[in-house]
Design a protein around this ligand. Structure first.
Ligand SMILES: Nc1nc2c(c(=O)[nH]1)N[C@H]1C(S)=C(S)[C@@H](COP(=O)(O)O)O[C@H]1N2
Ligand SMILES: [Mo]
Length: 327
């Protein structure tokens, strides 16, 4: 769906092909190759609606923990995105490949919720989300978020530094990477019935990235528990990387000496690599990354290298120049 526009960089985000297109193309090709007809995926229907889908589940026992104190160190260069945009326009392929998935995501049960910590750690363990919340010092941070599809937002997230979680996990000296796994439950997440996606959603980081001060485990948003559509009850947020690196609704955190293979690498590695650091000068194979559309105002603004967080993270990559760091 190429649209003629005056200048290439003015191409609006809706004309950029979303991440799903390749998969859908692949689905079609595979189905044709097999001589089979694939039924259109059923429209997911929420089995339960929360009182206030934009503000967390009414039954969420963590609601009393919020709001938490803001850490003022992390400043925005733009206004906070109105919650009505950022909690209503989501990428969460488990529920849908289009952005309107709030209703479908309400079907996710978020209590009990257990996180398994395994791999190269002193002693593998499991911890319930409320026990974890009780152990961690929660704070609020204002971060910008840049999706690889060239839209962006600015959000007050609540949570705790990923490095505090790493300390709790006690990785062994030989651990070089951390791997995040999202829940797998095709009964509540209809997208997981689509077998051409390599479920469950896996993401990963180096230990140096995971222990960088910016890496954040998010449990809240806008002074309330994080809504299901945004990754309740716990997700990752990495503001210098494209949004797909920030896995939602995490059930397992593993430590390993091998670079984890990610969901998006399995799907289309040429477009979505392991590093995926934001860089306006490195286009996606099918669209420019030079500018981004700001959710809410639809203004187009220039994208910054490392999404503007270079002072914190650029040095992480000094010894990695031969890697494909930006796509
Ligand atoms: N499990 C899971 N995590 C995910 C995704 C997903 O589809 N499934 N989408 C990613 C992408 S592409 C982006 S941009 C962000 C979107 O987060 P938001 O919906 O809270 O804005 O979540 C990321 N985390
Ligand atoms: Mo994204």
């Amino acid at each position: 769906m190429l649209v003629k526009s005056k200048r290439g960089w003015e191409l609006p985000e809706r004309d950029a092909t979303p991440e799903s297109t390749y998969a859908n193309r692949r689905q079609l090709l595979r189905a044709m190759g097999a001589g089979a007809l694939l039924a259109a995926s059923a429209v997911p229907v929420a089995s339960a609606f929360a009182d206030d889908p934009a503000g967390g589940d009414k039954d969420d026992p963590s609601a009393k923990l919020y709001p938490v104190k803001r850490n003022d160190k992390y400043k925005l260069d733009r206004p906070i995105t109105d919650a009505k945009y950022s909690t209503d326009y989501n990428n969460f392929y488990e529920f849908s490949t289009d952005k309107e998935l709030v209703a479908a995501a309400q079907a996710l049960p978020i209590r009990p919720w257990t996180i398994t910590v395994d791999g190269m750690v002193e002693k593998p363990f499991q911890i319930g989300i409320d026990d974890l919340l009780a152990k961690m010092q929660l704070e609020e941070r204002l971060y910008r978020h840049r999706c690889v599809e060239a839209w962006s937002m600015a959000v007050p997230w609540s949570g705790f530094p990923l490095k505090d979680f790493v300390a709790l996990a006690k990785p062994l000296g030989g651990a070089k990477f951390i791997r995040f796994e999202t829940f797998m439950d095709p009964k509540v997440a209809d997208g997981q019935n689509q077998p051409f996606y390599p479920w469950p959603y896996i993401e990963g980081l180096t230990m140096a990235e995971a222990t960088n001060e910016l890496a954040f485990m998010v449990t809240g948003m806008y002074g309330k528990p994080v809504p299901k559509q945004d990754g309740a009850p716990i997700r990752v947020v990495l503001p210098w990387k494209y949004g797909f690196k920030s896995g939602k609704s995490i059930v397992k955190v593993s430590f390993t000496d091998k670079q984890p293979r990610t969901f998006w690498q399995d799907l289309q590695e040429s477009d979505y690599g392991f590093w995926a650091n934001v860089n306006p000068a490195v286009p996606h194979p099918r669209w420019s990354q030079a500018t981004e559309r700001v959710l809410g105002t639809d203004e187009r603004v220039p994208t910054q290298i490392w999404n503007g967080y270079g002072e914190y993270v650029a040095q992480l990559y000094d010894g990695l120049k031969s890697e494909r760091l930006f796509a």
